[in-house]
Ligand binder design. Structure first.
Ligand SMILES: Nc1ncnc2c1ncn2[C@@H]1O[C@H](COP(=O)(O)OP(=O)(O)O)[C@@H](O)[C@H]1O
Ligand SMILES: [Mg+2]
Length: 580
C-alpha cells in the first residue's frame, strides 16, 4: 500500500461530509450566515424536502464582489482576524467552511449585493468547481440557491431519509433559529406552501407562541437569572407537562443552539424529583456567558461547546431552573398574569390533560391544571402558605379522595399521591439531616442476591444505612434486612433494596448519585405508603393536610401526579351551566 495525498476535490468532499450531513445542515449554515450578516428577514424556500432546491434569501449586509469570489474558498471567512479571536467568538460562523463544503456537493449559486455596491454579483459553484463572477440585478442582501444536493456523492444521497423526515429536520433547524432570534422574520416554504412564518416580535414569549403553539407555550413559565458574568433566561414547563425525549428541551449558549450533556443534565437536575424517570420537560434555556468562557470550536457543525468552568455553568443552570419552578409552585398566577399581555391571549384555548365528558365548549379548564400551578384562580390569587391547613375538610370518598373546600371552591385531594409526597419528603429530609429513625424487623427478611449484587451491596451498606435500612450478613454470602425506616409502614423491602442496588450499579458521579438516590427514594416512598384504599379518620386527614403544608412542591407526588384539583366557583357554575 502506497500513501498518496488526496486531490483537493476529494479532500473537500471529505471535509464537506462533516458539515453537510443532510439538507437541514445546509439550511442551518445558510441561516447562520444570514444572521451573522445582520439580516432582519430570512426566507427559506425548499423544494422536495431540500433535495431539489434550497434557497435562502436575506436582507443582510451582502458581499462586495471581491468578497463574494473569496467566500466560496476553503477557510475563507470575514469573521476571524487573529488567532486570539478563536477563543472569543461572537458570530455563529467562523470556520470558513460552510460555503465551500456546500459548493463541493451541490450546484450552488450566490447572488449578493452590499448596500454601497451599484449592482449585485452572481457566482456559481458546481461540484466544487467555481465559475466566473458576473454582474447581476439584485436587491440588497444575499440569495443562495443550492440545487441537487449530493448529486456528485450518490453514496451520501442514499443516506437521506424519507422526504418527510428530511423536511422535519429542516423545520427543527428553522424553529431553533427562530427561538433564538425573535427579532428576525423567518419564513419557511416547502413546495410553494408556507410551513412556518414567524414575523419579527419584540418579546421572546411571543416567538415561543409562534413556534411551539399555544398548547405547549401556554404551560410555560418565564424565568431569568443572573450571577457574575453569567445569565440564564427562558421558559420552563411545570412538571406535569413532560415528554419521553428531549425534543422540547432547547438549550442555547450565546444564542447558538447546542446539544450539551452538561446543560441537559443541569436542567434535569433543576427539576430534581419533579419528573418521572425518562421524562423530559419543555424548556427554553438561553445561557449567556462571556465569549471567552466557551469554546465553540469543538464540533464541525458547531452543535457542541466546551465550557471553561463547567461546574459553574452547571450550577447556574440548575439554580435558575429550580428557582423558576419554586416560584411557580408558590405563585401560579404569575404565569397566567403574563399571558394576559400576550397578543394571543384572546384566542387562548384550554388543552385538556384529563379529559372529562362535558359538552363541547364547556370543558372545565381547571382539569388541565393537574399541576404545580394549583391552586390557580382566574383572579390570580397567590398560593398562600398554610393553604392545605386552611381548607375546610368535609370527609373522604371512595376510600382515596379527600373532599375539601377552599375560599374559592371545591378542592379534591388524592390521598395516595399526598401520602407519597409526604413520605418522600420525610425520607429525603431524614437523609439530609441524618436523623432518620429505624425500626427493627421482628423477622429479618433474607436478601437473595447474585454475586455482582453482593459486591455492590457490601460497598453501599453505609449508604443504605443512612436511608434507614440495616442489612446484615447472616451467613457466608447471605444477607438479610434487619431494620427499615420507621415511618414506612409495611412494604416489600427486599424488592426496594434490590432496586436500589441496581440503581447504584449505574451511577458513578457524585452529583448523579444524589439525583438517582432521590428518584429511588421517590419510588420507595410510592411503593411503601398506603397503596390500598383505606378509610382515614378526620384526625389523620388533618395531619396529612398539615404535613402537605410543610413541604415544597406539595401539589404533586414524586412521580408527577397531581395531589389536588381545585374547582373554583366559576368553574362549578360553568359545569352546571349557570353561566355562559
Ligand atoms: N448571507 C451572507 N451575507 C453576507 N455575507 C455572507 C453570507 N454568507 C456568507 N457570507 C460571507 O462568506 C464568508 C464565508 O461563509 P462561510 O463559508 O459560511 O464561513 P463562516 O460563516 O464560517 O465565515 C463569511 O465569512 C461571510 O463573510
Ligand atoms: Mg457560515
Amino acid at each position: 500500500m502506497k500513501i498518496q495525498i488526496l486531490s483537493d476535490e476529494m479532500a473537500s468532499r471529505i471535509a464537506a461530509g462533516e458539515v453537510v450531513e443532510r439538507p437541514a445542515s445546509v439550511v442551518k449554515e445558510l441561516i447562520e450566515n444570514s444572521l451573522d450578516a445582520g439580516a432582519t428577514e430570512i426566507f427559506v424556500w425548499i423544494e422536495k424536502s431540500g433535495s431539489a432546491l434550497i434557497r435562502v434569501t436575506d436582507d443582510g449586509g451582502g458581499m462586495a464582489p471581491d468578497d463574494l469570489a473569496l467566500a466560496v474558498e476553503r477557510h475563507a471567512t470575514s469573521k476571524l482576524k487573529s488567532a486570539e479571536d478563536l477563543f472569543c467568538i461572537a458570530t455563529l460562523g467562523f470556520r470558513g467552511e460552510a460555503l465551500p463544503s456546500i459548493g463541493s456537493v451541490s450546484r450552488m449559486e450566490i447572488v449578493s449585493r452590499s448596500p454601497d455596491a451599484p449592482s449585485g454579483h452572481r457566482l456559481r459553484v458546481e461540484g466544487g468547481r467555481k465559475g466566473e463572477l458576473q454582474m447581476a440585478a439584485a436587491g440588497f442582501g444575499t440569495t443562495i440557491e443550492i440545487r441537487d444536493i449530493f448529486f456528485n456523492t450518490p453514496a451520501r444521497r442514499k443516506f437521506l431519509k424519507a422526504p418527510a423526515t428530511e423536511l422535519s429536520h429542516i423545520c427543527d433547524v428553522v424553529n431553533r433559529m427562530a427561538l433564538a432570534y425573535p427579532q428576525v422574520h423567518l419564513r419557511l416554504q416547502h413546495d410553494g406552501r408556507n410551513v412556518a412564518d414567524y414575523p419579527a416580535v419584540k418579546e421572546r414569549k411571543d416567538r415561543f407562541f409562534q413556534v411551539l403553539g399555544r398548547e405547549v407555550a401556554n404551560e410555560l413559565i418565564p424565568f431569568s437569572w443572573s450571577g457574575g458574568e453569567m445569565a440564564a433566561s427562558g421558559f420552563v414547563s411545570a412538571a406535569p407537562m413532560s415528554f419521553p425525549n428531549a425534543r422540547y428541551l432547547y438549550t442555547f449558549v450565546n444564542r447558538r443552539y447546542v446539544r450539551d450533556k452538561v446543560l441537559t443534565h443541569a436542567v434535569l437536575q433543576g427539576y430534581d424529583t419533579l419528573l418521572m424517570k425518562g421524562q423530559y420537560p419543555a424548556v427554553l434555556l438561553l445561557l449567556e456567558v462571556p465569549f471567552g468562557e466557551v469554546d465553540v470550536n469543538v464540533h464541525p457543525a458547531k452543535y457542541e461547546v466546551r465550557f471553561r468552568r463547567q461546574g459553574d455553568v452547571h450550577e447556574a443552570v440548575t439554580t435558575a431552573i429550580r428557582g423558576a419552578l419554586k416560584r411557580e409552585a408558590k405563585t401560579p398566577s404569575a404565569r397566567n398574569g403574563g399571558l394576559e399581555q400576550s397578543p394571543f391571549a384572546g384566542v387562548r384555548e384550554a388543552p385538556l390533560l384529563y379529559p372529562l365528558h362535558s359538552p363541547p365548549g364547556h370543558e372545565p379548564t381547571v382539569l388541565r391544571q393537574g399541576a404545580l400551578s394549583i391552586p390557580m384562580t382566574e383572579k390570580g390569587d397567590l398560593f398562600q402558605a398554610g393553604f392545605f391547613s386552611s381548607l375546610e375538610l368535609h370527609g373522604q370518598i371512595l376510600g382515596c379522595y379527600l373532599v375539601c373546600s377552599s375560599a374559592r371552591g371545591l378542592v379534591l385531594i388524592d390521598q395516595h399521591a399526598a401520602h407519597e409526597r409526604v413520605a418522600f419528603e420525610k425520607l429525603r429530609g431524614d437523609l439530609n439531616s441524618g436523623t432518620g429513625q429505624t425500626q427493627n424487623l421482628l423477622i429479618p427478611q433474607p436478601l437473595d442476591l447474585g454475586a455482582g449484587e453482593i459486591a455492590l451491596l457490601e460497598k453501599e451498606l453505609p449508604l443504605l444505612q443512612r436511608f434507614g435500612y440495616l442489612v446484615e450478613a447472616v451467613g457466608p454470602d447471605s444477607y438479610a434486612v434487619t431494620a427499615v425506616p420507621a415511618f414506612l409502614p409495611e412494604g416489600d423491602y427486599r424488592r426496594a433494596l434490590r432496586q436500589m442496588i441496581a440503581e447504584l450499579a449505574e451511577v458513578d458521579h457524585s452529583d448523579k448519585v444524589r439525583q438517582h438516590l432521590e428518584e429511588r427514594l421517590a419510588t420507595i416512598a410510592c411503593h411503601s405508603v398506603i397503596r390500598a384504599n383505606r378509610k382515614l379518620e378526620m384526625d389523620e386527614m388533618r395531619a396529612l393536610l398539615g404535613a402537605l403544608d410543610q413541604i415544597e412542591f406539595a401539589t404533586q407526588c414524586p412521580h408527577g401526579r397531581p395531589v389536588l384539583l381545585e374547582f373554583s366557583r366559576d368553574e362549578l357554575d360553568r359545569l352546571f351551566k349557570r353561566v355562559v
